[in-house]
Design a protein around this ligand. Sequence first.
Ligand SMILES: [Zn+2]
Length: 97
Amino acid sequence: MISVSDIVKILDQIPVWKTLKALPGRIEALERRVAELEGAKLLPGKLPGEPCPACGMPGLRRTSSKVSSGPFGVLGARDEEWTCESCGEIDHRDNVR
Ligand SMILES: [Zn+2]
């Protein structure tokens, strides 16, 4: 008579069985990751911002933009402030368009 442990030993020799055995752990890890992303204060229907250099969340959005007071302002350079909606980090950028 074949015991349950014999059946498990037979199943362990089948490659797809190893993948199936790992699925519960992988699903749990993905559920945790989704919960983390949902906690990023992103509003439904709102596109994610750029990744924040301070906290890594996709909440960085441009909050101000003005012509650069530097020598490249006449050429279209702009001084921009990008604020993170997750941690409040403010990133100053010089952009040329
Ligand atoms: Zn941030």
